[in-house]
Design a protein around this ligand. Structure first.
Ligand SMILES: [Zn+2]
Length: 265
């Protein structure tokens, strides 16, 4: 799949985290008051109800008190580690806020900076906090997943129930609906047609502009491989030679893909 040497673009979506019990916006699962109401994590939500945005994010970490296991992320981490050994350009973007793939790499003995751990780019941000003043950021840690009460770099504080004070300090490290994607996404968009192949794992491709990337790879002659229970609607017209769909359980699909890649080494 990545043997041509011109690179592989990997797009990860909520379907990868669904087996772990993390709610997806398309399939439901664990629901929250925010997304039941409509737009979740929007700029308006943050301006008007900052404490509910924090509650939403913390809820996605705490997982109802049960430690969330990176079930499908484990074969994905093994697959990506294998792909790293093939050489060539490997671009991995995730639409997920959770850090479960990072957790799977850590569990596999592949810490940050390891040559078999590719850079994982969170196009919609990550479950973390960011200081509006100094730009410091960090994970939402602890069993509750709560942000720190003060920026660990500049010392600015926050009061999550007081919108004025919240907005003068620590904010979620996520791209809220209504905000711009990170600047580096433009480079990935421009480079998409230069990839030999695109692997889509658990993304419905319904969110733009990420959802258009596989089409850009395919339009320039690249192959598209999809691991998901359902074939995204955006790829229906590519089904066949130019788009290979591995349906069913996503963890099993990734495991078989990993075994196939391992067989090429
Ligand atoms: Zn700060």
């Amino acid at each position: 799949m990545a043997a041509s040497g011109t690179g592989l673009l990997v797009i990860i979506g909520a379907g990868l985290s669904a087996p772990s019990g993390v709610a997806t916006f398309r399939r439901g699962g664990r629901t929250t008051p925010l997304w039941q109401r409509g737009p979740a994590l929007s700029v308006t939500d943050w301006k008007e109800r900052p404490h509910e945005v924090w509650d939403f994010l913390e809820g996605r970490i705490a997982g109802g008190g049960v430690r969330v296991q990176p079930l499908a992320h484990r074969p994905m981490a093994r697959l990506l580690a294998r792909l790293c050994t093939l050489g060539g350009k490997l671009t991995v973007i995730t639409q997920n806020l959770d850090l479960l793939l990072e957790q799977a790499f850590d569990e596999a003995g592949l810490p940050l900076g390891h040559p078999q751990r590719p850079k994982l780019r969170h196009v919609h941000g990550r479950l973390g906090w960011r200081c509006s003043h100094c730009g410091a950021c960090g994970d939402l840690g602890g069993s509750s997943g709560a942000p720190p009460t003060r920026c660990q770099a500049c010392g600015r504080g926050q009061d999550r129930r007081n919108a004025a004070r919240v907005h003068s300090g620590i904010r979620p490290d996520v791209v809220l609906f209504g905000e711009q994607l990170p600047g580096w996404f433009g480079e990935i968009w421009d480079a998409a047609p230069t990839h030999a192949a695109c692997l889509v794992a658990g993304s419905s491709l319904e969110v733009t502009p990420v959802g258009s990337l596989p089409g850009l790879v395919s339009a320039s002659g690249g192959a598209v491989v999809v691991c998901d229970e359902v074939l995204p609607g955006a790829l229906q017209n590519l089904a066949g030679e130019r788009c290979r769909w591995l349906g069913g359980d996503i963890a099993a699909s990734l495991e078989s893909l990993q075994a196939a890649v391992a067989g090429t080494i």
